[in-house]
Ligand binder design. Structure first.
Ligand code: ADP
Ligand code: MG
Length: 361
């Protein structure tokens, strides 16, 4: 088991910071996903943690030991690279036995480790095949087996599933989690897919512009994001600009939407007059008499529900869900919508406005 600690880590190329002043602790056996838009520094961060790169500033600790300058081969880290899967000229078995061979562990260890890990990912029957004879998902399983066979108690996965079909991706993500939990391995899993991050992680570290935008359990970030960026990036949400119109001593808050309608939100520390943004997820918006007036713009069938997109009297687009077996309105209809106040999260209005705040590049 390995505990990781990062202290003021930066990775700079010339004047450009790929990673800037990151502080983070990862518990032994924890499954952490590094989530964020393309180019935000995810790969750079795990390269620093695994010793492929030495950070320009800061320190990396494994179990309290400063390993900042220790090269990768002495850090005992399993790594599945983005876009690089298996050695094409080796059989699956030879691929998985690669690390035991490099470490000179002997024929017997090579045999038993490659058998054990191919078995673990259900690929033992095909041990003698070459990577080109497998589907993308099968190759990825073998790549993971190869990383695990190194015996490392720490595994870095860089977008291990991005190249796969949706269904395979889903099966494999649960499979990976099951495996590493069984082995008690500390995992850093890089992804730009928020759904993948939510479904496998103990904790999500959300990155943006080389820094940590937010970190927490999937449930906490989903329910109580602390920024407009996080609310929008993790899960789907409706964002509306408004102004605080009332707040009681206990924190009960009301905000005024554009057009003047007042609604209740979850408790806050804001003051009357503060410019804010509210976030409310589609599943917390319901049709009800006396609600916000809105015109239906489009209706999309999502399988278990209909997603209804409306343009509200406040000039905000507001989306909500209608269960598949219930009656849906038609495009052009007027509906009235209310929000579950406990699920309405309030943020200070970002300086550059909502669009700027949720921009991905
Ligand atoms: N070797 C390098 N030299 C210069 N810039 C780099 C290098 N590697 C990465 N970068 C830059 O650092 C930023 C973060 O890259 P990366 O960590 O690969 O992002 P992500 O994995 O989140 O997509 C990008 O803007 C990228 O162009
Ligand atoms: Mg990357």
């Amino acid at each position: 088991m390995v505990r990781i600690k990062l202290e003021h880590i930066s990775m700079r190329f010339g004047d450009f910071y790929a990673v800037r002043d990151i502080n983070l602790e990862i518990n032994s056996g924890e499954y952490v996903t590094i989530l964020g838009p393309s180019g935000c520094g995810k790969t750079s961060l795990i390269k620093v943690i695994s010793g492929i790169w030495t950070p320009t500033e800061g320190k990396v600790y494994f179990d309290g030991l400063d390993v900042t300058k220790v090269p990768m081969e002495d850090r005992d880290v399993g790594y599945v690279f983005q876009n690089i899967a298996l050695f094409p000229h080796m059989t699956l078995k030879e691929n998985v036995a690669y690390s035991p061979r490099v470490k000179d562990q002997g024929e017997e260890a090579m045999e038993s480790l490659s058998t054990e890990y191919l078995q673990l990912v259900n690929m033992l029957a095909r041990a003698g095949m070459y990577p080109r004879e497998l589907s993308g998902g099968e190759q990825q399983k073998v790549a993971i087996a190869r990383a695990l066979a190194s015996g490392s108690k720490m595994l870095m996965l860089d977008e291990p599933l991005s190249a796969l079909d949706a269904r395979v991706r889903m099966e494999l993500r649960y499979e990976i989690r099951r495996l590493v939990k069984k082995l008690g391995i500390t995992v850093l899993h890089v992804t730009h897919d928020q759904e993948e991050a939510m479904s496998v992680s103990d904790r999500i570290v959300l990155m943006r512009y080389g820094t940590i935008a937010e970190a927490g359990s999937p449930l906490d970030i989903y329910r109580k994001p602390s920024s407009v960026f996080a609310a929008n990036f993790i899960g789907e949400t409706n964002l509306m600009e408004c102004t605080v119109s009332d707040r009681s001593k206990s924190g009960k808050t009301k905000v005024k939407l554009r057009g003047g309608r007042e609604i209740r939100t979850s408790k806050t520390n804001f003051s009357v007059g503060d410019p804010v943004v509210i976030s409310v997820r589609p599943e917390h918006v319901y049709p009800a008499i006396d609600g916000l007036e809105a015109e239906v713009q489009s209706i999309v069938f999502m399988g278990t529900y209909w997603r209804v997109r409306t343009l509200a009297e406040s000039r905000d687009y507001v989306e909500y869900n209608v269960p598949a077996d219930e009656e849906v309105p038609e495009v052009g209809d007027t509906v009235h919508l209310v929000f579950n106040k406990k699920a309405v999260v309030v943020f200070a209005r970002p300086q550059g406005g909502i669009e700027e705040e949720i921009r991905l590049e």
